[in-house]
Design a binder for this molecule. Structure first.
Ligand code: TRP
Length: 450
């Protein structure tokens, strides 16, 4: 069974696949509006500190669990801690994948609609008209569902082809294209008159803006953006060969994710300022504000197309990692074929994703725990499943798996030096569990710290 497992073919392949999972709608849609909402540079600094001192060690942990076990997110814990209940984390991981896919694919579908709109010149420079346009589209019962199906179909197609011939192959092509396109947009935007205000918003911190709320938002965003806390990295790492350096892979892909977030900020914030729009527009920033800006630019349709195509690419290389978590679980634990696993996963997401898509319009009044389907899936995943998953993973590495096993894996069996091993272990044992638990309990309202 072990020998028949697929593997990534090259180090570059793993890197682009993991970076592809991390770089997604989180970077291009969520990060800019959070930066806008929580005060610009100060938020970015907190975010960077979380990535470096909290999330990087967690990234290493997931790499250790996946590569050591060479198993899916559930099988990994069965192998590393046999006879215990730790495999329950795997169930959380599979549930979180479904929850994220259920809203992620809907937004993925929106990016296709917006590519289509840029081709037919459907954007308006009038904010009322553009707003109405977005509302009409997102509340309609057909188009969002159709595009969501197209998006899901494309993702499923890649996952069916396997690791080396699917996920790795497409990440190798798509990630460099994404990098070039987003630099292209950022450079264009930086030449807009008035752009410098946006740049200083991104780089001049106002520390009075740091509050408990922004700390929480920054931590949640760091987890989401790096694909942590739900077995995505565990699953990808299980296809990494024993001789690769996982410290290097984890570090490079985290930095790539950070780099793309900054580029996304540079592509979006200066444009927002140049056109005198409020940066704290919220989730609609990318889908309402930017079309407005593109409609006013010379050759704006071309830029709009490139921008939404970038969003689509970023979203697909992430959604395939989510589908892979479930697929790996089905194929290895339930012994079904890869094709059937992907089909079952997609069938479930067709239903849950359609419910999400319809929750903007037809199903607006249907509430579960006070939220529509879309918001409920987002809340369930980001605010509940990811923090619990992340917490259990750091406890597992810090307290359950032996220190020597962690060290052996991080050094790839002694091939590489792990210079700050002591610091990483200290963070994983003490700092990370306490920090995540406090922030989690606070966000649920059990503690009123900040
Ligand atoms: N990181 C991706 C993004 O920023 C989304 C994503 C993929 C994700 N896999 C994940 C988020 C696992 C949380 C957990 O868009």
């Amino acid at each position: 069974m072990q020998n028949s497992r697929d593997h990534f073919g090259s180090q570059f392949g793993v890197l682009v696949a993991v970076a592809g999972s991390a770089v997604g709608l989180g970077n291009f849609w969520r990060f800019p509006y959070l930066v806008g909402t929580y005060g610009g540079a100060a938020f970015i600094i907190v975010y960077i500190l979380f990535v470096l001192f909290l999330c990087l060690p967690i990234m290493f942990s997931e790499f250790v669990i996946g590569r050591r076990s060479q198993s899916n997110a559930l099988g990994a814990f069965k192998k590393l801690a046999p006879g215990t209940g730790w495999w329950g984390i795997g169930i959380l991981c599979v549930a979180a994948s479904f929850a994220i896919l259920s809203f992620y694919c809907v937004i993925g579908g929106w990016t296709i609609e917006y590519m289509y709109q840029s081709v037919i010149g459907g954007f308006s420079a009038d904010s009322v008209v553009q707003n109405q346009h977005f509302t009409d589209f997102s509340t309609s019962p057909f188009r969002p569902i159709l595009w969501h199906l197209v998006f899901l179909g494309m993702s499923a197609f890649i996952v069916v082809a396997g690791i080396k011939n699917g996920i790795e192959k497409y990440a190798k092509i798509l990630m460099p294209i994404l990098l070039v396109m987003i630099i292209f947009i950022a450079v264009r935007v930086l030449f807009l008159p008035g752009a410098s205000q946006g740049v200083s918003f991104l780089f001049r911190p106002d520390f009075s803006k740091i509050t408990g709320q922004s700390l929480l938002a920054a931590l949640g965003q760091a987890f989401f953006s790096l694909s942590l806390g739900m077995g995505c990295i565990i699953t990808y790492a299980s296809y990494v060969k024993k001789e690769e350096s996982i410290v290097k892979l984890g570090t490079y892909s985290s930095f790539a994710d950070l780099g793309f977030a900054m580029l996304a900020g540079l592509a979006i914030m200066p444009a927002v300022f140049a056109f005198g729009i409020s940066p704290s527009e919220g989730p609609s920033l990318v889908f309402v504000t930017l079309p407005l800006i593109f409609a006013q630019l010379p050759l704006g349709n071309i830029f709009a197309f490139v921008f939404f195509a970038s969003l689509l690419i970023a979203a697909i290389t992430s959604s395939i990692s989510l589908i892979e978590v479930v697929t790996a679980y089905f194929t290895e634990e339930l012994k079904v074929s890869r094709r059937l696993s992907v089909a079952i996963t997609s069938a479930v997401v067709v239903v849950t994703g359609s419910l999400s898509a319809l929750s903007f319009g037809v199903l607006k009044e249907v509430k579960i725990f006070g939220k529509g389907f879309f918001d409920m899936f987002d809340y369930l995943a980001s605010n509940i499943l990811l923090p619990i998953g992340g917490l259990l993973i750091v406890i597992f590495i810090g307290w359950v798996l032996s220190k020597s096993a962690v060290k052996e894996e991080l050094s790839s069996g002694g091939r590489y030096k792990v210079p700050i091993f002591g610091v990483v272990m200290f963070i994983l044992k003490f700092v990370a569990p306490v920090a995540i638990a406090l922030i989690f309990l606070n966000s649920l309202g059990f503690l009123k710290l900040f």
